[in-house]
Structures are given as structure tokens and as C-alpha cells.
Design a protein around this ligand. Structure first.
Ligand code: PGA
Length: 247
């Protein structure tokens, strides 16, 4: 995977019924097809809820926009009510899966060890794992942001990570869905720290209230290899505008 090409990933979270999910996918597909040779200079990925993967796969086929899951179980199959396996995501047309998102870590008590097992499961199924890391507001205020993120990486990146099977997303927890973003200096500094813990050439995305207004400055940082976009990915115009900030 070429680190020079930025990755813009949309995390729809638990949003979208069939009708609005399909409308959003069609909006993106139309823009991609209309852009033809003038596609944004980045790779695009959308991670809808599992219920929409099948529809999305059909609507995005041939557009160059990739499909991803938002989470998965570590096992290939079995008695895990409510879970989805990496193999199921791959079977539904996914190339990527988001793992260790703060809403999983904090909302579902996922530890680094659990996230590590999930990444191994994702690799088994041939998926690229997008590993999310980030500190809470109190951890940043206590001056522990770098230590927290480094510990998350140490605890959750398995042996065997390469720039082809891993993407890291730095998402300060306090910036997710709040309209707050880290300063450009703090983003650059944290990405520089993250880079010391992962294989050379691995992409590092920034996430946390990325929107059409702040995307150009964030994506303009040499340390930033793309963005993980939540709220702003639910609007085709916003997502496309962010993608076009890649230059
Ligand atoms: P946000 O979400 O862009 O709505 O802050 C980002 C994320 O949680 O991945």
C-alpha cells in the first residue's frame, strides 16, 4: 500500500437504514463516476453498519470505493451471538475492518489484548486492520497522552504487522463527535510518536471531528496519511469535499 496515497475512510457507525444508506452510496458512486480521471488523489473506503454491507457492495462496485466493517469477532465462526466474523466481512466484500475504536474500547470494555486477537482474525481473513488508538481528555490533561497511545500500540499490534495489513488511526477520544480537534502541532507530534512503534510505510490516519472546514489543514500535514471520518461521512458532499482536500 503506497503511503503517499492518503486513505479517507468513512465510519458510519450505527447510522443508516436501507433507504438512506443506499442514497448515500449512490451519491458517492455518482461523484466517483462523474469524476472519472479526476478522482480525488486518495483511496476511499466506507464502513457502513453490517446490515448495509450487501447493498453497499452492489452500489459501490466499479467505483473504486472500498468497503469495510466497523468491528469483528476474532474467531472465524461459532457460538458468538450478535457477532460477525472477519471471514463474514470478507465474504460481504470488505477489504478493511476498523478495530479498537474508542466506542468499542469504552462502550464494550475491549482491552488491548482483545483488539490484538481481533486483528489476528482480520489478517486470517485477508482484511486490512484499521487499529484505532487515542487518549481521553483527562489522560491528555495529565500529560499522559503519548504514554497511553504507545501502550495501546504495544498491547494491540501483533507480530506480523506490515504496511499492507495494518493502518493506524489516531483518534483522541475527546475529539470524537465533539467538534473539537487536536491542534495541528499535537497531531503531528502524536503521529511522529506512533510511527516509531509500527512498520515503516504504515499509514497513520487522524480521526476526531474531521470536516470539510478543517480537512485541508489536517491532511496537509506530512505526518498524516489520511483521515477516519465519522459524522461528516454521512453526507456525500462533505465526505467528497474532505477527499478532495487530498490534493
Ligand atoms: P467523528 O468520528 O468524525 O464524528 O468525530 C470519528 C470516528 O469516531 O471515527
Amino acid at each position: 500500500m503506497a503511503i503517499g496515497t492518503k486513505l479517507i475512510a468513512g465510519n458510519w457507525k450505527m447510522n443508516g437504514l436501507r433507504e438512506d444508506g443506499a442514497a448515500l452510496a449512490r451519491g458517492l458512486a455518482q461523484r466517483a463516476i462523474a469524476a472519472q480521471g479526476g478522482m480525488p488523489a486518495c483511496e476511499l473506503l466506507v464502513c457502513p453498519p453490517a446490515s448495509l454491507l450487501a447493498i453497499m457492495g452492489g452500489l459501490l462496485a466499479g467505483t473504486g470505493i472500498a468497503l469495510g466493517g466497523q468491528d469483528c469477532h476474532a474467531a472465524p465462526k461459532g457460538a458468538h451471538t450478535g457477532d460477525i466474523s472477519p471471514e463474514m466481512l470478507a465474504d460481504a466484500g470488505c477489504s478493511h475492518v476498523i478495530l479498537g475504536h474508542s466506542e468499542r474500547r469504552h462502550g464494550h470494555g475491549e482491552s488491548d489484548a482483545v483488539v490484538r486477537e481481533k486483528i489476528l482474525g482480520a489478517w486470517r481473513a485477508g482484511l486490512v486492520a484499521i487499529l484505532c488508538v487515542g487518549e481521553t481528555q483527562s489522560q491528555r490533561q495529565a500529560g499522559r497522552a503519548t504514554d497511553i497511545v504507545s501502550a495501546q500500540l504495544a498491547g494491540s499490534v501483533p507480530n506480523g504487522a506490515t504496511s499492507d495489513n495494518l493502518v493506524v488511526a489516531y483518534e483522541p477520544v475527546w475529539a470524537i463527535g465533539t467538534g473539537l480537534t487536536a491542534t495541528l502541532e499535537d497531531i503531528a507530534a502524536m503521529h511522529t510518536t506512533v510511527r516509531t512503534s509500527i512498520p515503516a510505510g504504515t499509514r497513520i490516519l487522524y480521526g476526531g471531528s474531521v470536516n470539510p472546514q478543517n480537512a485541508a489543514a489536517i491532511l496537509g500535514l506530512a505526518e498524516v496519511n489520511g483521515a477516519l471520518v465519522g459524522g461528516a461521512s454521512l453526507d456525500a458532499d462533505s465526505f467528497w469535499t474532505i477527499a478532495r482536500c487530498c490534493g
